[in-house]
Write a protein that binds this ligand. Structure first.
Ligand code: MLT
Length: 265
């Protein structure tokens, strides 16, 4: 799918930022934010059906997919601000936002920074809690290893953890090829940004817009019970289960995810 390059007003403290993004359809805007160490292509199956109702905007976050890495460290809040600038440049004031995993952390950042601009929220295979100390340590090891030897080790080890057991080989191949496009700088920056993200749990009760939580029953990264607890803490939130999915329901059970996101406005 054809993408465009946005060069934006800077992230705070950074000279410039640039992101490739895909835009399709007309109607209310819907931003789809990908997870780690992935890119906007993970939403491929949703773009067509959702663009019948929404103006769908799918960025590759800095250092992933076709987007160049950010020239300096960017927190998830900085990335949320960059996305707001991208949307400003498209004349989008209010929008629904759905985020997968790390993308969900960025949706929480959008909600912290500019709640008035959000009309609906989709939280796909993500969590509100911040990292434990052990998880932070692991992120730093990932960052240093990616900078030292490139992110190939993630493409070798992660796909089988992301997909449910018994996933078709084509899905694992697709995940591998997406991960191989990630840059060392992008992986390091995103790992460090995730490690320093705040706990979004206190925000949950303040989410006052339509929200749908989507979870894979076989997710090995975000346990189903955590999705259940998160959905219960958000007033009026829906919870859509993808019974056969691991951590990648948009690719494992695309029609369930599309159906859930069609409920946003
Ligand atoms: C993701 O899919 O974005 C990652 O699993 C998120 C994380 O490592 O916390």
């Amino acid at each position: 799918m054809e993408t465009k390059l946005w060069r934006g007003p800077p992230f705070p403290g950074v000279k410039w930022a640039a992101m490739e993004f895909l835009e399709r359809g007309t109607g209310p805007a819907l931003l789809l934010v990908h997870g780690f160490p992935l890119d906007g292509g993970t939403w491929e199956a949703q773009v067509g059906p959702l663009s019948g109702r929404f103006r769908v905007i799918v960025p590759d976050l800095p250092g992933f997919g076709k987007s160049p890495p950010s020239p300096a460290a960017a927190s998830l809040d900085d990335q949320a601000r960059a996305l707001l600038s991208l949307l400003d440049s498209l004349g989008v004031t209010t929008f629904a936002a759905a985020g997968h995993s790390m993308g969900g952390y960025i949706v929480f950042a959008l909600h912290r920074i500019a709640p008035q601009r959000l009309s609906g929220i989709g939280l796909v295979s993500t969590r509100a809690k911040a990292d434990s100390d052990d998880a932070r340590k692991g992120r730093e090891e990932t960052a240093q290893r990616a900078l030292r030897e490139g992110p190939g080790f993630l493409a070798d080890s992660m796909p089988a953890r992301l997909a449910a057991d018994g996933a078709p080989p084509e899905l694992l191949d697709r995940l591998r090829s997406i991960m191989r496009r990630a840059t060392p700088e992008g992986v390091a920056a995103a790992s460090r940004a995730m490690a320093s993200r705040p706990d979004a749990t206190p925000q949950l009760g303040r989410i006052a817009i339509p929200t749908i939580v989507v979870a894979g029953r076989k997710d090995k990264i975000v346990p189903p019970s955590e999705s259940e607890t998160m959905a219960a803490a958000i007033p009026g939130a829906g919870l859509a289960w993808c019974e056969r999915s691991g951590h990648m329901p948009m690719m494992e059970e695309p029609e369930v995810v599309t159906g859930a996101l069609l409920k946003l406005r």
